[in-house]
Write a protein that binds this ligand. Structure first.
Ligand code: FAD
Ligand code: SIN
Length: 534
C-alpha cells in the first residue's frame, strides 16, 4: 500500500495533524492507523481539560509561561514554552470550530478550572470528560474528510528505513530516512508494508510499563521503541509523571480510574490514614503544589503509615457543584460504595504521563528524516523535568499544527518518487506461539520491577537491580521474538521492555534529583543542566 501521509495513532495529536493536512492538501491521500478502536486512546480518558490563556483580564501568557517553567524545574526549553503558550490559544479555537464544547457559566463565559502548579484558573473543560468530548469532535470531523482513511486494528511493528534496504544504519548514520512502516493487519492477520512520503508518529504514552497506571492498555510506548530500534534519538525519558490521585480499588491495577486534579482545584483536601491534612507539611501550595511534590508526599505518607492509599476529602465541598463538574467521578465512586458527600475517596499515585520521548524540534521533526512525532510520544522541550497539568493536550495540538505547516512545505518541493524495492517482512524461523505464559509472566515481572525499583523514589541500588533484571527479560523476549510469529501481545511486551530499559538507563545517567526524577543517593540538583539523550 502507498499513501502520501501516514499517521500512526488516532488520539489528539494524530487526528489534529491528519485533519489539517487533509484540509490544506485535498489531493493528498492520508492514512491513519490505530491498533485497536479509533477512540481507544489516552486522549479519550483526559479529565481535567486543556490549559490555555483565554481570560486576559486575570491571566497572561507570561503567567502561563512562568508556571510551566517552574513545574519543569529548569529543564524546559523556554523558546518552546513560549511557542506552545502563545500559539495554543489559536489551536483551542480551532478545536472549538471543529465542534468541541467546553463548559460555560450562565453569562456565556468559559468556566476555567485550576490544577496543581497553575497560578490562575485557565483550564477549559467539558465536565470531567474533556478528552472524550475532544476525541468525539475530532473523529466526527475526520469522518467528513474524503481524503482521510482511518484503519482500525492495524498494529505498526516497525518503521522502514535504509536498514531494510540492506544498509548499515547506526546512531551516527547521517540522514536516516523513514519510508513507511511494517504493520500487522489484525483483520487479515497478515503483515503488510505501507510506503509513505511522510510518516507522523502519534502513538501516545507508556504508562503500561508500570503496574498501576491511569493509562489504558494501548499505552505501551510502541512509537518510542520503534524509533529507538531505527537508531533515532530519545530524550529525557526518565521523567515519568505519577498522578497523585488515581482511585484506589483493591485488586485493580492495570488501568486505574483517575480522580482529576481539578477536584483539588475546587477544594478537595488530601488526608492521611489518621485524617490529617498532610500537604501543608510538604509545600506551602499544599494540595495544589506541582504533581511531583504531591505524589512524593503521598508516597511518603503511605510508607510511614504502612497503607496502600491516602484519602481525598470532598465532604466539605458544595455537593451540587461537585456533581455538575464531576459527574463521571461521582458515579464511579458511588459504583464502588463511596458517596463523596459522606465518604472520603481512597487514592494513590499511578504512572500517568511520559514527559520525555522521541526527540523533536520546533516543527515536530524527529532525528529521522520524513518522520514527525507529536503528542505524548514526543519530547518537544515543553515539559522539562515535570509537566504542568493540562499542558499535554495543548502541546499535542500545537506540534500537530507545526508538523502540518512543515509537511505542506515538504510537498511543495518534494523530490519525485524514487522507486525502491522493500523486502517483505521476514517470517523465516518463526512458528505459532506455544504458551502465552512466556509473555504474560515476563509482563508481570517487568511491571513489578519498574514499579518497585524505578518508581516515584529511586536510588542507585534499585536502578542497578532493575537494569540487571530488564537485561534478562530483554534477552528472553528477543529469543521468543526471533522464533515466534508476531502478535500484538509479544510486540507490546518487546516494546515495553525497550522503553523500560530506556527509562532505567536515563535514570542512571541522571546523577541528581530534579522534577519527577528523585534519587535518594543524589538528593540535590546539579548545577549543569542537561537533557538525557539516548
Ligand atoms: P493517544 O491519545 O494516547 O493516542 C495514541 C494512539 O496511538 C492510539 O490511537 C493508539 O491506538 C495508537 N497506537 C499506539 N501504538 C500503536 C501501534 N503500534 N500501531 C498502531 N497504532 C498505535 N492531558 C491534559 O492536557 N489534560 C488532561 O486533563 C489530561 N487528563 C488525562 C487523564 C488520563 C486518565 C490520562 C491517561 C491522560 C491525561 N492527560 C491529560 C494526558 C493526555 O490525555 C495525553 O497525553 C494525550 O491525550 C496523548 O495524546 P496522543 O495523541 O499523543 O496519544
Ligand atoms: C487531571 O485531570 O488531573 C489530569 C490532567 C493532566 O494530566 O494534565
Amino acid at each position: 500500500m502507498q499513501t502520501d501521509i501516514l499517521v500512526i495513532g488516532s488520539g489528539i495529536a494524530g487526528l489534529t495533524y491528519a485533519l489539517k493536512t487533509a484540509q490544506q492538501m485535498p489531493d493528498k491521500k492520508i492514512t491513519i492507523l490505530t491498533k485497536t478502536q479509533s477512540d481507544e486512546t489516552n486522549t479519550k480518558y483526559a479529565q481535567g481539560g486543556i490549559a490555555g490563556v483565554t481570560d486576559f483580564d486575570h491571566d497572561s501568557f507570561q503567567k502561563h509561561i512562568e508556571d510551566t517553567l517552574i513545574a519543569g524545574d529548569g529543564l524546559c526549553n523556554p523558546h518552546i514554552v513560549e511557542i506552545v503558550v502563545k500559539e495554543g490559544v489559536e489551536r483551542i479555537n480551532e478545536l472549538i470550530a471543529w465542534g468541541a464544547q467546553f463548559d460555560k457559566d450562565p453569562e456565556g463565559d468559559y468556566k476555567l478550572g485550576k490544577e496543581g502548579g497553575h497560578s490562575e484558573n485557565r483550564i477549559l473543560h467539558h465536565k470531567d470528560v474533556t478528552g472524550k468530548e475532544m476525541e468525539r469532535a475530532l473523529l466526527e470531523a475526520i469522518k467528513k474528510s474524503s481524503n482521510i482513511e482511518l484503519i482500525n486494528h492495524c498494529f505498526v511493528l516497525d518503521i522502514i528505513t535504509q536498514h531494510h534496504l540492506g544498509y548499515l544504519v547506526t546512531k551516527s548514520t547521517p540522514d536516516i530516512e523513514c519510508y513507511g512502516v511494517y504493520v500487522l493487519n489484525l483483520s487479515t492477520n497478515k503483515i503488510e508494508k505501507i510506503i509513505a512520503g511522510i510518516t507522523m508518529l502519534a502513538t501516545g504514552g507508556n504508562g503500561q510499563v508500570y503496574r498501576s497506571t491511569t493509562n489504558p492498555a494501548i499505552a505501551t510506548g510502541d512509537g518510542v521503541a520503534m524509533v529507538y530500534r531505527a537508531k533515532g534519538r530519545i530524550e529525557n525519558i526518565e521523567f515519568i509523571q505519577f498522578h497523585p490521585t488515581a482511585l484506589y480499588e483493591a485488586g485493580v491495577r492495570g488501568h486505574s480510574f483517575l480522580i482529576t486534579e481539578a477536584v483539588r482545584g475546587d477544594g478537595g483536601i488530601l488526608r492521611n490514614a489518621a485524617g490529617e491534612a498532610f500537604m501543608e507539611r510538604y509545600d506551602e501550595r499544599k494540595d495544589l503544589a506541582p504533581r511531583d511534590i504531591v505524589a512524593r508526599a503521598i508516597d511518603n505518607e503511605m510508607k510511614i503509615n504502612g497503607t496502600e492509599f491516602v484519602y481525598l476529602d470532598c465532604r466539605h465541598m458544595n455537593q451540587q457543584n461537585f456533581r455538575e463538574h464531576f459527574p463521571n467521578i461521582y458515579e464511579k465512586c458511588l459504583s464502588i460504595g463511596v458517596d463523596v458527600s459522606k465518604d472520603m475517596i481512597p487514592v494513590s499515585p499511578a504512572a500517568h504521563y511520559s514527559c520525555g520521548g522521541v526527540k523533536t524540534d520546533e516543527y515536530a521533526r524527529t532525528s529521522v528524516k520524513n518522520l514527525y512525532a507529536a503528542g505524548e510520544c514526543a519530547s518537544t522541550g515543553l515539559h522539562g523535568a515535570n509537566r504542568l497539568a493540562s499542558n499535554s493536550l495543548l502541546e499535542a495540538m500545537v506540534f500537530a499544527h507545526r508538523a502540518y505547516v512543515d509537511t505542506v512545505k515538504y510537498f511543495e518541493t518534494a523530490p519525485s518518487n524514487v522507486e525502491r524495492i522493500f523486502p517483505d517482512w521476514n517470517t523465516a524461523g518463526t512458528s505459532a506461539p506455544k504458551e502465552m505464559i512466556l509473555i504474560t509472566q515476563s509482563l508481570k515481572e517487568m511491571k513489578l520491577l519498574m514499579s518497585d525499583y524505578v518508581g516515584i523514589v529511586r536510588n542507585n541500588e534499585r536502578l542497578q537491580r532493575a537494569n540487571r533484571r530488564i537485561d534478562l527479560l530483554h534477552e528472553e523476549t528477543e529469543h521468543l521474538y526471533e522464533h515466534t510469529e508476531v502478535s500484538p501481545q509479544l510486540c507490546e511486551l518487546r516494546n515495553m521492555i525497550t522503553v523500560s530499559y530506556l527509562i532505567i538507563k536515563s535514570a542512571e545517567l541522571r546523577k541528581e534529583s530534579r522534577g519527577l526524577h528523585f534519587n535518594t543517593d543524589y538528593p540535590e540538583k546539579q548545577t549543569i543542566l542537561q537533557n538525557t539523550i539516548l
